[in-house]
Ligand binder design. Structure first.
Ligand code: ATP
Ligand code: MG
Ligand code: ZN
Length: 507
């Protein structure tokens, strides 16, 4: 029987399910059919593969060629199956030893010349292949991301001919070079907090946000340093561990974005413009692609001018803000993408930007201000633990030399890492991710503190969610102070960052 089997992988969210390519040659009219839910680009593989095989000095079988992609219910798209299909056809026709395909997985699109073209999602595929103990052959242009993993056997190839030579044992393919995958020292590079003058309260809030992974909203007039501060959050966060870095890179890989070997361990920082579409922001499309919130996985999503974002899109954020993932459903398929990002948002206090400014420059009516703030819904605001004013600075603070209070990112980061380590030792996760039960265990209050919190809840009209969020923030503040117990001062400070509730509800 002229049957050959080659393994490859599909792309489904950031997963990479195994796909078995079966090729059967039979008598009858020459022709090729591909079955197994192939979409247009996969059906076109028929022509690409035929020409590529001919241009590689092989013969395309003059028989009936049936290619089956299993499992059939998995929709298949793109040119990523080309290489596996070509090898299956060559093996079925006896131009390659059939056993030579065993123990390997193949990824790659074919050019008509027989050259291999890069595909998206190589990293997710390799993460899955880790467990299969098979060698994975990938196009040379995907070598950089392939080099990030050192526990999978990977070989890189330029052409179909090279892959065939390797499989026949004539010439073996090289492994991706690992040396340029060495990460630069974590936290290096990027803008430094030492550039920011004053804004002590905002700096403090940024530090607490970094400790616990809390979401942060900065409110202030134009040009006071909100964007500067936001851009400096990744630089004070604890380093990504290997696994987190790989997960973050996997999203980039699915999007076909480059992964720089030098800084693949750096925390993502995504700052989409407010005109970005809903799909660009949260992901979607008929072949679901991840959006900015997934590209910010394990990093920071900065939404500048928050009220200018499409209201519906902001509402969609509510779910991932709590669950850390987004499920995109389309008629044909469903995809899930990770989206455990830390939200940093900035806004002006009113449409003109100067409400509350001592020089009385703001001419906005209370109505206009209410409408402006009302664009951010209560439920969204409820999920933001830290809300802080970033007021205009007096000139005296801006000019002149850097003062001791303008600490560098390095100094702040050292404190953050220490405080985060306490949280990790206690609960195994950052404080913002504590479940209700873990809050009961780790955020127990004394009588005095409980009374304070009760009064504040009544006064600010806090929701049950806000109550838990205050406790998580207070836990982070206590961790920064190296305190096992949440003290009165920690709780009071945490409450102070919730003024947003009252502001939005009653402005
Ligand atoms: N606290 C600060 N320390 C040092 N420079 C500052 C500070 N605030 C503002 N600047 C200067 O003003 C510029 C604008 O700051 P930034 O973009 O952070 O303002 P913003 O608060 O985001 O304003 P907008 O509301 O218009 O977006 C900075 O590039 C910097 O030159
Ligand atoms: Mg700005
Ligand atoms: Zn105004």
């Amino acid at each position: 029987m002229s049957l050959a089997v080659a393994l490859t992988r599909a792309q489904e969210g950031v997963a990479a399910p195994l796909v078995t390519v079966e090729v059967h040659l039979s008598g009858g009219l020459p022709g090729t059919s591909i079955v197994g839910l192939p979409e247009a680009a996969v059906r076109e593989a028929r022509d690409r593969v035929r020409v590529a095989i001919q241009n590689t000095q092989f013969e395309y079988p003059a028989r009936r060629v049936t290619v089956n992609l299993a499992p059939a219910e998995l929709p298949k798209d793109g040119g990523r199956y080309d290489l596996a299909i070509a090898l299956g056809i060559l093996a079925a026709g006896g131009q390659l030893p059939r056993e030579s395909l065993h123990g390997c997985e193949f990824l790659g699109e074919l050019a008509l010349s027989g050259e291999l073209r890069p595909v998206t999602g190589v990293l997710p595929a390799l993460l899955r292949a880790r467990h299969g103990k098979r060698c994975v052959i990938v196009p040379v242009e995907n070598a950089r991301e392939a080099a990030l993993l050192n526990d999978v056997e990977v070989r890189v190839a330029r052409t179909l001919a090279e892959v065939c030579a390797h499989l026949r044992g004539a010439e073996s393919l090289p492994a991706p070079r690992n040396d340029d995958a060495m990460p630069s020292p974590a936290g290096s590079g990027g803008p430094d907090l030492a550039d920011v003058r004053g804004q002590l309260q905002a700096r403090r809030a940024l530090e607490i946000a970094a400790v616990g992974g809390h979401h942060l909203l900065m409110i202030g007039p134009p040009g006071t340093g909100k964007s500067m501060l936001a851009a400096r959050l990744p630089g004070i966060l604890p380093p990504l561990d290997e696994n987190e870095a790989l997960q973050a890179c996997a999203v980039r890989s699915v999007c076909g974005l480059p992964i720089e070997p030098g800084d693949w361990k750096r925390r993502p920082f995504r700052a989409p413009h407010h005109t970005a579409s809903g799909v660009a922001l949260v992901g979607g499309g008929s072949h679901p692609r991840p959006g900015e919130i997934s590209l910010a996985h394990h990093g920071v999503l900065f939404l500048d001018e928050l009220p200018e974002f499409d209201r519906h899109t902001l509402e969609v954020l509510r779910e991932p803000l709590e669950s850390g993932r987004i499920v995109i459903s389309r008629a044909a398929r469903q995809a899930e993408f990770p989206a455990r990002f830390q939200l940093v948002a900035a806004m002006n206090p009113c449409p003109c930007g100067y409400a509350g400014d001592p020089n009385g420059r703001c001419r906005c009516t209370p109505d206009a201000i209410a409408r402006y703030r009302g664009r951010i819904s209560g439920p969204l605001l409820d999920r933001i633990d830290l809300c802080v004013d970033v007021p205009r600075l007096p000139l005296s603070e801006l000019d002149g030399a850097r003062r001791a209070q303008d600490e560098s990112s390095e100094t702040v980061r050292t404190r953050v890492i220490g405080a985060r380590a306490r949280a990790m030792a206690r609960a195994g996760k950052p404080n913002a991710a504590l479940s209700t039960r873990e809050i009961e265990r780790d955020c127990a209050l004394g009588d005095g503190e409980r009374a304070l919190l009760q009064r504040a809840m009544d006064k600010l009209g806090l929701s049950a969610r806000a109550y838990h969020r205050v406790l998580r923030t207070a836990r982070s503040i206590a961790d920064l102070a190296d305190s096992d117990r949440i003290g009165r001062a920690h709780l009071a400070e945490a409450l102070q960052y919730r003024r947003g509730d009252a502001g939005a509800a009653h402005a």
